[in-house]
Design a protein around this ligand. Sequence first.
Ligand SMILES: Cc1cc2nc3c(=O)[nH]c(=O)nc-3n(C[C@H](O)[C@H](O)[C@H](O)COP(=O)(O)OP(=O)(O)OC[C@H]3O[C@@H](n4cnc5c(N)ncnc54)[C@H](O)[C@@H]3O)c2cc1C
Length: 404
Amino acid sequence: VSGPFDAIVVGARCGGAPTAMLLARKGYRVLVLDRAGFPSDTLSTHLVHPTGVAALRRWGVLDEVVARGAPPIERYSVDFGPFHLAGPLRPTDDGVDTAYAPSRVVLDDILVRAAAGAGAEIREHADVESLVVEDGTVVGVRGTGARGKAFTERAGVVIGADGRHSHVARWVGAESYADRPTLTATYYSYWSGVPVEGFEAYVRDRRSFAAFPTNDDRTVVVMGWPRSEFADNRHDVESTFMRALDQAPELAERVRAGRREERFLGTGDAPGFYRTPYGPGWALVGDAAHHKDPCTAKGISDAFRDAASLADALDDVWAGRAPFEDRMAAHQRERDAATMPMYEFTCQLASLEPPPPELAEFLFAASRSPEASADFVGLLAGTVAVTDFLAPENVARVLESANV
Ligand SMILES: Cc1cc2nc3c(=O)[nH]c(=O)nc-3n(C[C@H](O)[C@H](O)[C@H](O)COP(=O)(O)OP(=O)(O)OC[C@H]3O[C@@H](n4cnc5c(N)ncnc54)[C@H](O)[C@@H]3O)c2cc1C
């Protein structure tokens, strides 16, 4: 492939690589630039809900992800202390009822290679430093590549898939909305010898944590505590982490019997926002376009949804089926409608405040019904709509059946 390109994608992970792959498969000339090299890790745990797994399957890369060894996750449970909700996962429309938590070293590399296999040109160690703008329209990028070589590349659209601190978003002045401050600090590490039953989550006093299996017979244990405690706890993560785990003694026992294989990784920087994802000559995808607290593990699955939606929108524009402004506005509306209820739910959970009394009463009632429990974990899995689960009729039905 040589320029000029139809699209330049800045960032080659869960947002950028699938966008590039899907555009290249539609026959467009795509250049992907990432300052990182692959395979490589990034600061993130990596539960991929059935909705995200379904995307991997549609794209033809699921078999490779599975072959790399992350075990299937067929059950979620959420333990609130006095009661817990657990169940198998309601399937997606196309019948996927399994989650996986492949390490990002594995997952991102598979996605980058799938983009290359589709014909996109991938340039690693390429740091994008500015945009080329003509008459108010973005027409390309400038940066420094491997061995310090400066480059300028031009394209019909520049797509910022460069994560929550997106430079592309900053350079174009993308507006944000539905902003929330960082609510939690999140830390995680990897243990061997810690058996888990699918995805296990625990909600406790100003703490929430989860454990789930990944590659190499390891278990991820991830924990959030209030952002306000970040400064106090950051120099003593291990004891803060282990003390909080003791609020779920049975899990704590399993973790203590295992062996921690990595250092603790974490961040106190996870604001919530939506950004307008397009403008003249540019678009945003993945975390660059919409970010939220990691407590509901939606980032990767949302990035996959967003990538497919953006690739379809650009294809419609370039094939002459719709004007850019109209089609991208529709893409934005679809994104917001698909993600906003879960975003609100995520922000509520990330506050680490006890649920409002009516919600607590409803969840308690739901915990007494296997069907309602499976609906709740389906909500987390992305296969039951938040709006359906919290619909007044459903709430009334669950409360009523719990009382008999
Ligand atoms: C602690 C934590 C735990 C999480 N756990 C989960 C989870 O369990 N499940 C889940 O679904 N999500 C989780 N997330 C969220 C998930 O990590 C993100 O939603 C996801 O990585 C978004 O992918 P992305 O491609 O949009 O951005 P990123 O993964 O941030 O990738 C951006 C890429 O852009 C590149 N880049 C940036 N700037 C430039 C530049 N100027 N030039 C060239 N390249 C550039 C970077 O090198 C990077 O490779 C978690 C996040 C955190 C912080």
